[in-house]
Design a protein around this ligand. Structure first.
Ligand code: SAM
Length: 359
């Protein structure tokens, strides 16, 4: 597998870009708005805004396009409104956006410029921070608020237990695959546990005492993994396995592909947070995917574009230029009336949101 540092979403503003195909993720960000507002108001009330002359707000895994600044914009607006309400001068706000170095920071910088100039008050200073959120990103005790949406299900690397023992994530042989599935899922769960624990430890160092963190990630609504449920890595591998059988991609290449994504249940997440111990949980929500006729989930061509915008770079990095065929395979799968709806019924793409307070 290529280095995780090369991971990014489809760049730019074109038809297949993340910027144009992230409405589902944006719907999730809208759900975080009340959690962010509550965390900020609570923080400002308990600290007293008169004492706060400056605040540092960061979004981790911002990607590019309108979503990159969505959460930090909510934060800036909430800080401003809170100070207006209590007739206090607003603090200066420093907004920092992070993603992996391969991300489209040119587009991010343009969005930040819009944010900076659309606010006369408070003073907003902006910056970008390329790097992994599984490493130190900020100086100790320098952050007031950390946000992250739709990103923390990306783990830092392929599960070590699988790569070390050369166990494929998704064996083409169904019998072997089903036999190994519990072990593979456990290896993914262990890698997620290690990474999320590290994420909490690092952010605990970087946040001030009482600092807040609001994050959401792809998750599961149940601890029981049924045979019908497929994790995102299984879902992508299913499609790629059809391409192996059709001779479009090489089996050896397929066997060495581990999509570094894991969706934890709310229970798993709660346990990791409690075991790590630096944060208390203010609120946790498990959210169903956005439904309704406008949702990109119900229109096959739009849903395919959502998947393409997220997974194209990592698939192309490993397999080369196979994306048109990947898309055609997905479209064939959902060409039958109602088949996409069936897919979502089997695999509801749930998200878990959590609001945390640093002890
Ligand atoms: C689906 S996008 C989410 C973007 C945006 N936050 C949103 O809600 O639309 C996931 C982002 O997480 C980033 N990411 C994944 N692993 C990361 C890591 N270890 N450190 C920083 N960013 C990471 C990816 O590069 C990608 O831009």
């Amino acid at each position: 597998m290529a280095s995780m540092l090369m991971v990014h979403m489809n760049p730019g503003q074109g038809e297949t870009s993340y910027a144009r195909n992230s409405s589902l993720q944006n719907a999730e960000q809208k759900r975080l708005k009340p959690l962010i507002e509550a965390a900020i108001v609570d923080f400002c009330t308990s600290t007293g805004t008169l004492l706060l002359t400056k605040m540092v707000v960061a979004d981790l895994g911002c990607s590019s396009g309108p979503n990159a600044i969505a959460l930090v914009s909510v934060a800036v607006e909430t800080i401003h409104n809170h100070c207006l309400r209590f007739l206090q001068p607003p603090p200066e706000v420093c907004v920092l956006l992070n993603d992996l170095p391969g991300s489209d920071f040119n587009t991010v910088v343009k969005s930040l410029d819009t944010l900076r100039h659309s606010n006369c008050e408070p003073i907003v200073i902006t910056g970008v921070l390329p790097g992994s959120f599984y490493e130190r990103l900020f100086t100790s005790g320098s952050l007031h608020f950390v946000f992250s949406s739709n990103s923390l299900h990306w783990i830092s690397k392929a599960p070590e237990d699988l790569t070390r023992n050369q166990i494929t994530a998704y064996d083409i042989d169904e019998h072997i695959r089903l036999q190994r599935r519990p072990m593979v899922i456990e290896a993914y769960a262990q890698q997620f546990r290690k990474d999320f624990t590290r994420f909490l430890e690092l952010r605990a160092k970087e946040l001030i005492p009482g600092g807040r963190m609001v994050v959401s990630l792809a998750g599961r609504d149940s601890d029981v993994i049924t045979p019908k449920f497929s994790h995102l890595w299984e879902f992508i591998a299913q499609n790629l396995s059809i391409m192996v059988l059709e001779g479009v991609i090489d089996k050896a290449k397929f066997d060495s592909f581990y999509l570094p994504v894991y969706e934890p249940s709310d229970k798993e997440l709660r346990e990791i947070i409690q075991d790590e111990g630096s944060f208390s949980i203010t609120e946790m929500q498990v959210n169903e995917p956005p439904s309704g006729p406008d949702s990109a989930l119900v229109v096959p061509s739009r849903f395919v574009n959502v998947i393409r915008a997220v997974f194209e770079p990592i698939i192309v990095l490993h397999f080369g230029q196979v994306m048109d065929e990947f898309v055609r395979t997905l479209e064939r799968r959902w060409s039958l009336e109602g088949s996409l709806q069936d897919e979502h019924a089997r695999n509801p793409r749930t998200t878990v949101a959590v609001s945390l307070r640093k002890a």
